[in-house]
Write a protein that binds this ligand. Structure first.
Ligand code: FE2
Ligand code: FE2
Length: 349
């Protein structure tokens, strides 16, 4: 393993030498080595060399007064390149401006006034290194947590897609209805004014709208003709079955998925099912899904009907504005129709 570098910068050679000898005798020589630079410019060169060789510099101790670039400016410069590096400034006279600049713009860890007390100096170095290590550990933990969270989200999405696919598999072998319908939902929602991340949740949740079909017997689900009243009542149960399958869960996607399942057959005028909700009482996902689902059902072959032409389907949607569908949602649907037709072409059964 490459040793980390502690970089000491001072224009006075004897101070540098004494710093180096002092630190060598006190730090863990297995983990760190000391590099010295007699100017800010030389320090930057060492930084670049270390960077190219993949060596990290957890700590820099820089003198404030140096010919050329001063210590505080060097730290500000390095802070832009490596904000994690812990920075200590050595000051000959109490030069407040430089210290202030380093605190404000280089996230200075400490400043030490010359001449320093050896024990204080050592304590500062030890604490600085500890703070660097703690920072890296925290960073690692956060990255690990982030990737774990990402994995959980991806797994959840995958389960949603597969479960939706399982439900749809019974009446379609391509599974394209769900893909088309979810894409329509996202396009309509974005044009309706829904934020991008919310539209993404809606897109994923919409996949589950018909998951309750798992609970509908084949003789009803696949019946080629018109359903009897009793069969229709059973068919309509797919909304509640779907909501039961998804059930309550703190995940936003699953909450939306549940709403999609329970409300995608509600109608704006209150004549839909299962809860006869009307107007804005119907959740947003239900209002979006209603149009997306009906348009897709109309334009594709179903066991009980042939595929309709786009124009005839669009007219039916227009005629149902304020009845089956929210008027603003119909206007939005018409606006994104070209986008919807592209999706339709891409995923044709
Ligand atoms: Fe449905
Ligand atoms: Fe559907």
């Amino acid at each position: 393993m490459k040793k980390c570098v502690i970089l000491c910068v001072d224009d006075e050679k004897d101070i540098l030498d004494s710093l180096r000898y002092f630190l060598i005798s006190k730090i863990d020589a297995g983990a760190y080595r000391i590099e010295i630079a007699e100017s800010a410019e030389e320090a930057l060169e060492i930084y670049e060399e270390c960077k190219q060789s993949g060596i990290s510099i957890p700590l820099i101790i820089a003198d404030y007064i140096m010919p050329g670039t001063k210590g505080d400016e060097l730290l500000v410069n390095l802070h832009k390149k490596d904000p994690k590096m812990v920075k200590v400034l050595l000051t000959g006279q109490a030069t407040l401006d430089g210290v202030k600049n380093a605190y404000e713009n280089a996230s200075l860890y400490r400043y030490i006034e010359k001449p320093w007390e050896k024990s204080d100096f050592l304590l500062t170095v030890q604490e600085a290194l500890k703070s660097y290590i703690a920072g890296r550990k925290l960073e690692e933990m956060l990255t690990e947590k982030e990737s774990l969270l990402k994995e959980v989200t991806l797994t959840r999405l995958e389960v949603i897609r597969r479960l939706s696919r399982a439900a749809e598999y019974r009446d379609s072998d391509t599974g394209y209805h769900i893909i088309r319908m979810s894409n329509y939902c996202r396009s309509i929602a974005l044009a309706y004014g829904v934020e991008e991340n919310e539209a993404e949740i809606l897109f994923n949740a919409a996949h589950m709208h018909d998951v309750g079909k798992i609970g509908i017997p084949d003789n009803i689900l696949l019946k080629p003709g018109k359903l009897t009243d009793e069969e229709r009542r059973i068919m309509e149960k797919h909304c509640e079955i779907g909501a039961d399958i998804i059930s309550e869960h703190p995940s936003k996607i699953l909450q939306q998925a549940r709403l999609a399942a329970i409300s995608h057959h509600e109608k704006w005028d209150g004549t839909g099912y299962p809860n006869k909700l009307s107007g804005m009482d119907i959740p947003l996902i239900g209002r979006v899904a209603a149009i997306a689902d009906v348009f897709d059902a109309l334009t594709h072959k179903r066991p009980y009907k042939e595929a309709w032409e786009v124009e005839k389907s669009v007219n039916l949607i227009k005629n149902n504005s304020g009845k089956h569908f929210e008027p603003k949602m119909v206007t939005t649907f018409l606006k994104v129709l070209p986008e919807i037709l592209i999706v339709k072409e891409c995923y044709n059964d």
